[in-house]
Ligand binder design. Sequence first.
Ligand code: 4AD
Length: 438
Amino acid sequence: MKRVYVEDFEKHAGEEVEVRGWLYNMRSSGKILFLQVRDGSGYVQCVVSKYDLDEEAFEQAKALTQETSLIIRGKLRADKRAPGGYEINVTELEKIGDSIDYPITKKEHGDAFLLDHRHLWLRSAKQHALLRIRHELISAFRDFYNNRGFINFDSPIFTPNAVEGTTTLFSTEYFDTTAYLAQSGQLYGEAGAMAHGKIYTFGPTFRAEKSKTRRHLTEFWMLEPEVAFINFEELQELSEDMIMYGIERVLERRRPELETLERDISKLEAVKKPFPRIDYHKCADILEQYAKDHPGEEGSDFVRGDDFGAKHETIVAEPYDSPVIITRFPASFKAFYMKRDPEDNDLVLGMDMIAPEGYGEIIGGSIREDDYETILKRVREHDLPEEMFQWYLDLRKYGSVPHGGFGLGFERTVTWIAGRKHLREAIPFPRMMYRLNP
Ligand code: 4AD
């Protein structure tokens, strides 16, 4: 008998098959048991009839508990009425591993309980669907860059210095010195772009965010393209094309998962190029108007010249179905490496992408300062350890070129596309201020 995965059933209708998996759920109508079995690739309804098994085997089947592992054999039938469209008439059932008192049941569980049981929660239908969407987006984004001739360039996690400010750095002993966990792969990506022309880094990044919001993890994955000779408009277009590619791929290949998650698919279908571009001062106009119209309300506290809070981003992005690209921020609150706007030296050629439906910032990026003297000045102004940045300064010394890139917060993007509330479900084992376990 042939071992078959649920996702390949189409090729095996009418055959005798073997499925190996776990019992997800069971209903009984006296003489017939309906076992919902999951094999990792999908779910199948297995019908166990008193007339097909001997009495002892039937009684054994009846006593199976949730998440018992088992092997089932029987005839695979296409059946429109069955959930998933297929059913197996079980002729043999072999128990592999018991599962006594499985902690996650059909009743509602609290967030803390589920997070404590994340190692098991991963098996639940929604979590299963969500992590398959994550997988799809990883492969889509990699394909997107690989198809365009980008080189995957892995940046280190142990680093000697900060990239995005010193307040969110994790430090760790490193023999007789201190190492910091990478906040971003960007600086190394810049070296990669000078070697390969266009690269992307994709790996875990770390921020000691003492923030308990649903948008922050302490360990999250960032996808960071970096391109030599790119200009500001081309950079924005790259970010837009990448997002469109990811959404189209998920819509094409992961509709059942989106449905399991009860995602409003029309919202994803409404995302279209070109995404609106709004510069910082235009956003400030919008927020000042909002404050006049909504005195005292959340978001009415914006001060021109300051960075946006999450609520401000939502107000600006609210009228649009597609993500909004905010450009040209004041240099005062942006990173040292951002190139100044040639038309206004107080601004930088920086861009943030704000996802629709209130999901907030998913991308941050910029054109990089490429002049040696200027970047040296910025390193000093930002009080960065100059000796640690010698190698980075070298990139401006030997054949410097205009270049830029951005970082996509991967879990924020998954959370938006899958329509979930909190980032913590978009990664197998979330790390947050109060969570290091399991
Ligand atoms: O805007 P950020 O800080 O940009 C950088 O790190 C640049 N060096 C990237 C580059 O230009 N190559 O972070 C990029 C994105 C944010 O837009 C956000 O989506 C995500 O990373 N992000 C977080 N995601 C989850 N938890 C956190 N604590 C995050 N902090 C940033």
